[in-house]
Design a protein around this ligand. Structure first.
Ligand code: GLN
Length: 287
């Protein structure tokens, strides 16, 4: 088969399976399997494709037809201009989350100690460390498998972060005294935690509800469980005057900023994303 014939075949199968971005996805899958650019595909449509490559491509298309997210199939997602490895153990980095990293860049000075809770693929901590100087970064996640991905991403992007496994701040208490993470508080605490209400999860896209890790999505009955716990623990782990920043759902701005104000945080504000939706809440701990 030629490249064009394969493209038509893949596109047809994806369309039939109800994949909304079938044209884009068939193009990206062909680029991935042939390891060539979009321009190459467009310019060499009549070139023949070797049988083993065609077979591999059709196998990947079969997975995409089952609504496996494209990024889990190719194993990559770009975030903040960097390449991140992903698999089914981590949430796929979203462009919306770049808004959180941009706010964190404003709040973070060179050399600060930063704690990223629910680090997942590590995309937030790693991009912050990449774009700032000498950040002492610690990432925590409850999933060992997620941390394997985060460590790989730190290495790929040339940053040296410490990754700890555990349930939020518990991971820090487990550290032996005198080790990198024991004792000292953080200048900045950041997180994109699970924040979707449990009853909303069944209504999400198949790609998300059936394939992304539920543990990275479910924020409990009101979606706010992790914000409550992270703010509580910041009493102990954030320095006075330190900044806490969270990604939030579009309708959680009032609730989460209210929690910070109740605790006496200063300069509490809600930041909108590029779509104009509430996306980040941040504030500074009382001095
Ligand atoms: N911090 C990770 C991200 O932003 C994972 C978030 C999560 O697991 N809820 O992609």
């Amino acid at each position: 088969m030629t490249i064009n014939e394969l493209r038509n075949e893949c596109d047809g199968r994806l369309n039939e399976a109800g994949i909304s971005d079938h044209l884009t996805d068939s193009m990206l899958l062909i680029m991935h399997v042939l390891n060539v650019s979009r321009d190459h595909i467009l310019a060499h449509g009549t070139d023949p494709v070797e049988d083993d490559k065609a077979e591999k491509l059709l196998e990947l298309v079969r997975r995409r037809c089952e609504h496996v997210p494209l990024q889990y199939i190719t194993g990559h997602q770009e975030f903040m201009g960097l390449d991140f490895a992903v698999n089914e153990h981590v949430l796929i980095p979203r462009q919306d989350t770049e808004c959180l990293v941009e706010e964190a860049m404003i709040e973070t000075g060179d050399g600060m100690r930063v704690l990223d809770l629910c680090t997942g693929s590590g995309c937030i901590l790693i991009s912050l460390m990449k774009y700032k100087n000498q950040i002492d970064g610690t990432g925590i996640d409850i999933s060992e498998k997620a941390l394997e991905v985060a460590s790989l991403n730190a290495e790929k992007n040339g940053v040296e972060a410490v990754f700890l496994c555990g349930d939020l701040y518990d991971a820090l208490n487990k550290e032996p005294e005198g080790s990198v993470s024991s004792g000292s508080r953080f200048d900045v605490i950041i997180s994109n935690p699970p924040y979707i209400r449990s009853d909303v999860i069944p209504t999400l896209m198949e790609e998300v509800k059936d394939h992304e890790p539920g543990v990275a999505l479910d924020g409990g009955n009101d979606g706010l469980l992790f914000y409550r716990r992270m703010i509580e623990g910041a009493d102990e782990w954030l320095i006075p005057g330190g900044c806490i920043l969270f990604e939030i759902g579009f309708d959680q701005g009032d609730a989460v900023s209210g929690m910070l104000k109740d605790k006496g945080y200063r300069n509490v504000c809600v930041v909108k994303d590029l779509a104009g939706l509430d996306r980040v809440v941040k504030g500074h701990k009382r001095i």
